[in-house]
Design a protein around this ligand. Structure first.
Ligand code: BDR
Ligand code: CA
Length: 346
């Protein structure tokens, strides 16, 4: 097992690719709060959007809203509006018609940049070889398109940190997690590309529940962003209460940025993972070889697929809000999120 990848000195250049989405929104705010501090942890190069929880028009609109709320000026590029091969699925049942139901959603005053998300990803990777971390929290279609359009960029990717898949059960079918099922062929392209990949599956994200006390911690920030996050999480909790009987929503997507901030809080293991591309009941399943049954445990670049399995209990997600005091956005403006809503239940 391993907890600690080697990270370069901050700020870490990252591109957030997602389908906001309640948990995507929290992830974006978390990353942007870490780009605004006096000693920034991230240089957020841009946000790229993809179809997923709802259609691309709405996921992009939601990204624009979150950007304005944060007060941080990052470019936003819209990407794929459909999967590579299969038909589109969406998750209004979880995220509401807007994809971010709950809070009042203002009309964004600024639009997305011209150009496709995949092109932006290609340009950024070529401009910063070996530096850029890609953080997808939706279907992997934009990454797959970029890798296919410009194979030269694959070795230039520092790493991919993805929320999707599962080592055990699914949440959209008994076998498949939503982001994996939404575009399994794209996942297959990224998984077999050779990029170092960390897969935050349901097996670990279901340990990060935003219990009411955590939601209250967001609200207690007394900021517009804190209130927005609290209302988002209250809406998100409803689905999790009905479906799983949990007292809060699972903070799937924020696990990615949380791991970049504090990899020591997670126990991970490298393993082989394959995506089921068949059309049967296991379609979209990420078949994870937890016990190295099909091949020896993978080592090094070439097939480094790291799968977080557990959030280390005592080491302190709960203490993290104090650690965030250095974020200017939390202290001196109404911008920024915190890890106040992230909590494990083991
Ligand atoms: C994933 O699917 C989406 O509904 C969430 O935003 C998350 O990325 C969880 O399965
Ligand atoms: Ca998502």
């Amino acid at each position: 097992m391993t907890c600690m990848p080697a990270f370069p000195a901050p700020p870490l250049p990252i591109i957030l690719d997602g389908d906001p989405g309640h948990d995507d929104a929290i992830n974006i705010l978390l990353a942007l709060s870490g780009s605004e501090s006096a000693s920034p942890e991230f240089q957020v190069l841009g946000l790229t959007t993809v179809f997923g929880n709802v259609g691309l028009d709405r996921t992009t609109r939601n990204a624009l809203i979150v950007r304005e709320l944060s007060g941080v000026d990052v470019p936003i590029f819209a990407g794929a509006d459909r999967p590579l091969v299969r038909g589109r699925i969406s998750a209004e049942a979880v995220h509401g018609d807007s994809g971010m139901d709950g809070p009042d959603l203002p009309t964004p005053t600024r639009g997305a940049e011209a150009g496709h998300a995949a092109r932006f990803i290609i340009e950024q990777l070529r401009a910063r070889p070996g530096e850029v971390t890609l953080v997808p929290t939706g279907p992997l279609t934009n990454l797959a398109l970029a890798f296919r359009l410009a194979p030269d960029i694959v070795p230039l990717v520092r790493q991919v940190v993805w929320m999707g898949g599962s080592t055990d059960t699914g949440n959209w079918t008994p076998a498949a997690e939503f982001n994996a099922l939404a575009d399994p062929h794209a996942a297959q392209i990224v998984f077999t590309s050779g990029v170092p990949l960390t897969m935050f599956g349901l097996n670990v994200t279901h340990q990060a529940i935003a219990h009411p006390a955590r939601v209250a911690a967001f609200r207690a920030l007394g900021t517009r962003v804190g209130e927005f996050a609290a209302v988002l999480l209250e809406f998100f909790a409803e689905h999790h209460r009905e479906r799983y009987g949990w007292d809060g929503g699972a903070l799937h997507d924020p696990m990615t940025v949380a791991w970049l901030l504090r990899p020591d809080l997670f126990v991970s293991r490298p393993m082989h993972v394959k995506v089921d591309l068949t059309a049967g009941p296991s379609a979209g399943r990420t078949v994870a070889d937890v016990w190295n049954l099909t091949a020896p445990r993978p080592k090094g670049r070439g097939f480094l697929l790291r799968v977080p399995l557990r959030i280390c209990a005592a080491s302190g997600l709960a203490r993290r809000p104090q650690g965030l005091q250095k974020h200017r956005s939390l202290n001196h403006s109404d911008s920024g999120a915190s890890l106040a809503g992230l909590y494990q239940r083991c």
